[in-house]
Design a protein around this ligand. Structure first.
Ligand SMILES: Nc1ncnc2c1ncn2[C@@H]1O[C@H](COP(=O)(O)OP(=O)(O)OP(=O)(O)O)[C@@H](O)[C@H]1O
Length: 234
């Protein structure tokens, strides 16, 4: 899969927040999306997942865009937002089934994978639990499992590490590496670069809605504040 973002400008209503954003993500590549609060990371993601329409420019994933075929485009993407979004009236089992339905996944195969992932995150005995009983970290893990059972080509994860215990962070990194090896791509935003750094192939540094630096760590490290790339401890 290849994601190609070309000259993307966008924002909310009349307000333009991001400008002239261009980048590509190749199959099996993990791109870390970094920048200070308010630099435009979530706004860019909102465009990538089709929540906002570009003011100018284009977003194409595997030769498909939102404009050409919104359903086909969205089925290629799994998104884990920073704040878990769960349905209070559905239990854990029904959340998994919901994903199987909307992504039109093979039920037996996907349930097998769901059980494996739920076990990793110690949720396998909680299939009849409702979101109200979950802790913040558990909610985050449910969102991760729901994304990782899909066969999406591109995984977009907003700040995955906050709220997860250290074992869960390690397990998530292992799952990311597994998906990467199978050819999936990742765009991950984080303020905890020390955790992600070793797993990232490429970095995009946003400043005031524009890409101020992009490339390998070697290529960007002189252009990005040291604290942002885990070069120095806070
Ligand atoms: N719904 C919205 N309506 C109007 N402006 C918004 C909205 N959401 C964000 N913004 C503005 O867009 C700019 C970029 O915000 P964005 O959330 O994309 O930043 P971010 O890089 O994701 O920040 P953070 O690291 O804090 O998550 C900010 O100036 C913000 O005030």
């Amino acid at each position: 899969m290849t994601l190609t973002v070309k000259d993307l400008s966008g924002g909310y209503g009349q307000l333009t927040v991001i400008q002239n954003i261009s980048f590509t993500i190749q199959p099996g590549e993990l791109t870390a999306f970094i920048g200070l609060n308010g630099s435009g990371k979530s706004t860019t993601i909102n465009h990538l997942i089709g929540l906002l329409a570009p003011k100018t420019g284009s977003i194409v994933l595997n030769d498909v865009s939102m404009v050409m075929d919104p359903i086909a485009y969205k089925k290629q993407i799994a998104y884990v937002p920073e704040q878990p979004v769960l349905y209070e009236e559905l239990n854990l089992e029904e959340h998994i089934q919901f994903m199987i339905n909307i992504y039109q996944l093979d039920s037996a195969e996907t349930w097998e994978e769901a059980h494996r992932l739920l076990k990793i995150f110690r949720l396998d005995d909680k299939l009849n639990w409702f979101p109200t009983h979950f802790s913040k970290g558990m909610r985050q893990k449910v969102m991760i499992v729901m994304a990782f059972i899909t066969n999406a080509d591109l995984f977009i994860i907003d700040e995955p590490f906050l709220g997860l215990d250290v074992i869960a962070v390690n397990d998530l990194l292992a799952l990311i590496d597994e998906k990467k090896a199978a050819g999936a791509s990742f765009l991950i935003t984080t303020h905890v670069m020390s955790t992600l750094r070793a797993h990232a192939d490429k970095f995009i540094y946003l400043e005031d809605g524009q890409i101020a630096a992009s490339g390998s760590m070697e290529e960007i490290k002189d252009q990005v504040p040291a604290l942002l790339i885990g070069e120095a401890d806070v």
